[in-house]
Design a protein around this ligand. Structure first.
Ligand code: NAD
Length: 430
């Protein structure tokens, strides 16, 4: 099938490359000409295991990129919207990029006679596909002069559940595929996935939208739950990891997402939980549990600072090594990473920061231009008064002699990564 993908970020690039791998012809669209050029050259604009290989394999044959909506829409039967849906200042969903992309799709569909399906893959609050996207792609954005004739535009909602760092694997081996829409539109989308052996949940668009929020909110709740139990365990001198390992054996709970630590970040959990809270409030419901999930998560990074000051006192002019900048391992994504509030607070308190991350330093430079970025964990530790571990990179697990280059060995671990047998070691929840 011929597919166009609007937005070549994490979701759009992976979706395009994987659909090409599944045998479809893909045209990707982005307003960022650098990303367009990279994709056409077979270079991945993001770090994601396996993605470069797929882009190299398919760029110029089954996959190409452009900034021209007309070109992409006219060469496809199905268009996926994969643009960002950030939070606004109040934490509510900001749909301006979705609106803008929908208008341009509507304009490009003007006068088209063949059936075309527009699929929302971006995470959007319930009713967005029907009430925001559908009217724009059907009537266009030029004062109603665009859009397809004769109601030939179907709309569908196909939420994405991939995890960054494992995105290609997750796209090709999903545990669920959810498609919302009428029989014709949803059926067209389902046929794109026919080579993937996975049950497809067919539903309406609003339910598909809600499934994505419920999924992410539940996972975020598990993490904040583990952190809250961890905070209590620490005060009681109980090892929360032993507690979670045991309760994770209960099939109703499962072992995943129970690692207590510095909290969750990333482009999805914080923003999606906040967006659901915002939508709930709009309709007159106060989501007590979801509010608490965010509150616990926002306090965890500050606990790292509290523990640090308990160990080293006033932070002025202290050199603090921050190991890990990405919001999790195997990605260069720093969106909502817990390292940002931690570094901000360190700087507010007059510390100097020596940061190290195997992939994310380049992105973090755009947020903090004047902290020291080190080439290795050893360089960051060297001469430091204390160290904070913020990301679960495997390589931190084998740090040992590097600690000896610190002024004093003081390690505050936010991810349960190291166990130095000397100096002062303290886990955030253990
Ligand atoms: P992203 O910010 O990485 O990518 C968005 C891309 O859209 C960028 O390349 C940007 O240049 C482009 N863009 C912006 N405006 C555009 C326009 N008008 N036309 C064409 N391109 C435009 O975002 P992402 O992380 O890929 O997320 C996209 C959506 O998928 C969001 O709703 C997100 O919540 C959801 N999602 C993300 C993940 C994830 O792990 N990142 C997982 C599941 C769902």
């Amino acid at each position: 099938m011929d597919v166009s993908i609007i937005g070549t970020g994490y979701v759009g690039t992976v979706t395009g490359a994987c659909f090409a791998e599944l045998g479809h012809n893909v045209v990707s669209v982005d307003i960022d000409s650098e990303k367009v050029a990279q994709i056409n050259a077979g270079i991945s604009p993001i770090y994601e295991p396996g993605l470069s290989e797929l882009l190299k394999k398919h760029a110029g044959t089954r996959l190409r990129a452009t900034s021209d909506y007309n070109d992409a829409i006219s060469s496809s039967d199905v268009t996926f919207i994969c643009v960002g849906t950030p939070s606004d200042e109040d934490g509510n969903i900001d749909l301006s990029i979705v609106r803008s992309a929908s208008k341009k799709i509507g304009d490009a569909l003007a006068g088209r006679e063949q059936y075309h399906v527009v699929v929302v893959k971006s995470t959007v609050v319930p009713a967005t596909t029907d009430e925001v996207v559908a009217p724009l792609v059907r009537v266009g954005g030029m004062g109603g002069t665009g859009g397809a004739k004769g109601g030939d535009v179907g709309v569908a909602m196909n939420p994405e559940f991939l995890r960054e760092g494992k995105a290609v694997h997750d796209f090709m081996n999903p545990d669920k595929i959810v498609i919302g829409g009428d029989t014709r539109a949803a059926g067209t989308v389902a046929s794109l996935y026919e080579k993937i052996p996975c049950e497809i949940t067919l539903t309406d668009t609003r339910t598909a939208e809600m499934i994505k929020y419920a999924n992410n909110s539940f996972l975020a709740t598990k993490i904040s739950f583990a952190n809250e139990i961890g905070n209590i365990c620490k005060k009681l001198g109980i090892d929360v990891y032993e507690v979670m390992a045991a309760i994770g054996k209960d099939y109703r709970i499962s072992e995943h997402f129970l690692n207590a630590g510095a909290g969750f970040g990333g482009s999805c959990f914080p923003k999606d939980v906040k967006a659901l809270i915002g939508r709930a409030k709009e309709i007159g419901y106060d989501p007590i549990l979801l509010n608490a999930v965010i509150e616990v998560n926002e306090e965890q990074p500050m606990r790292m600072i509290e523990l640090l000051t308990e160990r080293v006192g006033d932070l002025r002019n202290k050199r603090i090594a921050v190991l890990g900048l990405a919001f999790k391992n195997d990605t260069d994504d720093i969106r909502e990473t817990r390292s940002i509030p931690v570094i901000t607070e360190l700087l507010n308190r007059g510390a100097t920061v020596a940061a190290y991350d195997p992939l994310a330093a380049g992105n973090m430079r755009k947020v903090f231009s004047d902290i020291e970025y080190c080439k290795s964990a050893g360089d960051a530790l060297s001469g430091s008064d204390a160290c904070l571990i913020m990301t679960e990179w495997d390589e931190f697990g084998s740090l040992d002699q590097e600690f000896d280059a610190m002024k004093e060995i003081v390690v505050i671990d936010g991810r349960r990564m190291v166990t130095p047998d000397r100096g002062l070691y303290e886990g955030i929840c253990w």
